[in-house]
Design a protein around this ligand. Structure first.
Ligand code: NI
Length: 167
């Protein structure tokens, strides 16, 4: 197990479109477990491989209070969505920034599990938000890109300033 360094916005590598996982092997399972450890340590409720600079389509999610609901989603796809919700989101790649994003209220997801087996589940509320947020990462999109250009510029300069101070 290992903690992985997380890329911070506006790192251009966060805009890489991840490629599908061809074979679910030990290397992928190791990455999934390292990602989960990194997510729990942060702490966060979701992490996409893109955020640890590995550009394959895999995310880990756990929205439970007690780390009891780890979901490893490989090549995840949203196959149905409905409704609308607004939720205040944050992101491990955009530390300290939170803002409201509008997303689908319910989604149906299809993915491979860590044994390469296809499964589907339905999600609503926070889990639905998290799935949509993480799949966005695989498509190279960070949640702040839903905000106004003005807000995005403010966030960029705030994070750049902080990076200079902590560097
Ligand atoms: Ni994120």
């Amino acid at each position: 197990m290992a903690l992985l360094p997380i890329l911070h916005y506006p790192d251009p590598r966060l805009h890489t479109r991840a490629t599908p996982v061809a074979v679910v092997d030990d290397q992928i399972r190791q990455l999934a477990h390292d990602m989960a450890e990194t997510m729990y340590a942060a702490p966060g409720v979701g992490l996409a491989a893109s955020q640890v600079n590995v550009h394959v389509r895999m995310v880990v999610i756990d929205v439970s209070d007690d780390k009891s609901d780890l979901r490893i989603l490989i090549n995840p796809e949203i196959i149905a969505r409905d409704g609308e919700q607004e939720c205040e989101e944050g992101c491990l790649s955009v530390p300290g920034i939170y803002d409201i994003v509008k997303r689908a209220e319910r989604v149906k997801v299809r993915a491979l599990d860590e044994h390469g087996k296809t499964f589907e589940f339905e999600a609503e509320g926070l889990l639905a938000v998290c799935v949509q947020h993480e799949i966005d990462h695989l498509d190279g999109k960070v949640f702040v890109e839903y905000l106004s250009q003005l807000k995005q510029n403010r966030i960029k300069s705030k994070l750049a300033k902080r990076a200079r101070i902590t560097a």
